[in-house]
Design a protein around this ligand. Structure first.
Ligand SMILES: Cc1ncc(COP(=O)(O)O)c(C=O)c1O
Length: 287
């Protein structure tokens, strides 16, 4: 599959597969970044934890005043249809919702696209490095709690991190507490206990974050959410990042300082195995 895989546009509740779906130049998604998206991973033709993603999307639509008129079941069916019709097996799947423009009679747009996965076995063997961004996550902004189309803070930080030879950027919040990665949630292990910044620190409540917290408990680990400083991360026994595409990625260096001597840790590897086992277990999507 190439990155020119067919895209889907939802028109009057129906999926239309086409090469280049159009968005209006008046759509507030384009003009102001007023919109939302979800990124999901397809494993062997099944969309992992699809309903959790769609529930987050619909809840954000409600809170931000974006009315698609579509229900959870509608979205489940549309996503499943796209995957089945485009014969996707192992890809990154994206649902994008734009605000439209009520005054011009432009309805919210819903697009479904896919692309190849980019994380490789070597990334998990070596782990990722991160650089701390000078920009802060703002816990008083509604934007940090939703997966909105406003990604420029993250993209600019990521570009800077990549320019410095790292693979992810980390954000502190305006109270100097750890928040999250540019495109991931952050975890670290101290005295055998798994820690992750609380959502109130100003971060996206990741679907993978929640899956990993539940998985950790099921595997007998203690996992807690709280407010942490950078020194807590740097003193950790090990650390890792999560998102729907990267799963559980070892974080082995922050601002040039090694964590766990620059090697992936045992708890991280344990959770990655456990997470991958979950992705195999999920019931096939019924359309
Ligand atoms: C800023 C940010 N935080 C956290 C995450 C992790 O979210 P999820 O686990 O739902 O993919 C992402 C995913 O892209 C993200 O962009």
């Amino acid at each position: 599959m190439t990155n020119s895989a067919p895209a889907g546009k939802v028109v009057d509740g129906n999926l239309v597969i086409c090469k280049e779906p159009q968005v209006s130049c008046w759509d507030h998604g384009l003009l102001y970044g007023y919109g939302l998206f979800e990124t999901m991973r397809v494993y062997g033709g099944r969309i992992f934890v699809l309903k959790a993603h769609l529930q987050r999307l619909l809840s954000s639509c409600d809170q931000l005043g974006i009315g698609t008129g579509l229900s959870l079941d509608d979205l489940v069916n549309l996503a499943g249809k796209y995957v089945a019709e485009s014969e996707m097996s192992n890809v990154a799947l994206r649902l994008t919702i734009t605000r439209g423009d009520f005054h011009r009679g432009i309805p919210p747009g819903l697009f479904i696209t896919s692309r190849q996965l980019t994380y490789l076995p070597g990334h998990y063997e070596q782990g990722f490095s991160a650089v701390t961004s000078p920009v802060r996550r703002n816990p008083t902004s509604p934007l940090v709690y939703h997966k909105t189309l406003n990604y420029m803070d993250s993209l600019l930080a990521l570009e800077e991190a990549r320019g410095a030879g790292a693979q992810e950027a980390l954000f502190l919040n305006t109270n100097h507490r750890l928040a999250e990665g540019a495109i991931s949630n952050l975890f670290f292990v101290r005295d055998g206990i798994i820690h992750t910044p609380a959502v109130t620190c100003g971060l996206l409540s990741g679907i993978t974050r929640k899956t990993v917290i539940d998985l950790a408990a099921a595997m007998g680990y203690q996992a807690i959410e709280g407010e942490y400083a950078m020194k807590n991360l740097l003193a950790a026994e090990e650390a890792f990042l999560t998102n729907s595409l990267m799963e559980v990625m070892p974080l082995v260096k922050v601002d040039g300082i090694p964590i766990n001597h620059g090697k992936p840790g045992r708890v991280t590897e344990d959770l990655l195995q456990g997470y991958r086992a979950l992705t195999l277990k999920e019931e096939p999507l019924t359309i």
